[in-house]
Design a protein around this ligand. Structure first.
Ligand code: CTP
Length: 212
């Protein structure tokens, strides 16, 4: 299969030396990409700025901003069987990037504009034989909010996560895998390694089903 995986944060620059971002490590996406490659799939990895070693045999495209990530995902998506969107895309960017370093000032307001929702955009163009997997990061009402994202973004699978698991190497909070047909698997306590193995298995099961 052709599998596209996104990972890491995006950076939205305010001026040449400052940006808005988040502490995503990119590790889960990285593990999924590595596992998929090991299983013989054709893997494409679109990654925001993070400190991950190179993945041998994986076509890796490094991006910085959400707009850049969208451009690359949009280009690749039509020829993919599967998209796994683990990236922590910044929901906003500064309305204007200053070309010069902004000078010190006492109090000022930074105007933000919304970034495109990459997942929603591409899954709106999904063909019948494509599988789209997203993630949901929630502080409260994890299942309710994740189900809503699954529906609104027209996903096949969503992995619902609490903010407790964000930016860390250990998963200590709740995690659930929710399917569009209502099926749910509780992954709470699973390591990122174990989640990536399970996810690849689920992707392979789906492929077998669509080929029948
Ligand atoms: N996502 C995306 N583009 C965005 C924001 C999010 O593609 N601009 C994707 C993420 O990669 C993830 C899913 O959408 O797979 C859900 O992301 P999440 O941060 O949980 O939710 P948001 O859609 O940003 O909504 P909110 O911040 O209101 O919870």
């Amino acid at each position: 299969m052709n599998i596209l995986i996104t990972a890491g944060p995006t950076r939205e620059f305010i001026d040449p030396v400052r940006f808005i971002s988040n502490p995503a490590t990119g590790r889960l996406g990285y593990l999924i990409a590595r596992k998929a490659k090991k299983k013989g799939h054709n893997v494409f990895f679109v990654v925001g700025p993070c400190h991950l070693p190179p993945l041998k045999g994986v076509k890796t495209i490094e991006v910085v901003s959400a707009v850049e990530m969208k451009r690359e995902v949009e280009k690749l998506f039509p020829s993919m069987d599967v998209l796994v969107m683990t990236a922590a895309v910044s929901d906003w960017r500064p309305a204007k990037k200053s070309s010069k370093k902004i000078k010190i000032k006492k109090r000022w307001t930074l105007k933000l504009v919304p970034n495109p929702d990459i997942l929603k955009f591409v899954s709106g163009k999904k063909r019948k034989n494509q599988l789209v997997i997203g993630f949901a990061l929630e502080s409260t009402s994890i299942l309710k909010n994740a189900r809503e994202k699954l529906r609104k973004k027209k996903l096949d699978i969503i992995i619902a996560n609490t903010v407790k698991n964000f930016g860390t190497s250990q998963n200590t909070g709740k995690i659930f895998m929710l399917y569009s047909d209502g099926k749910m698997i509780n992954l709470s306590g699973y390591s990122k390694e174990k989640i990536s193995t399970l996810l690849i298995k689920e992707i392979e099961k789906w492929k077998e089903k669509v080929m029948c």
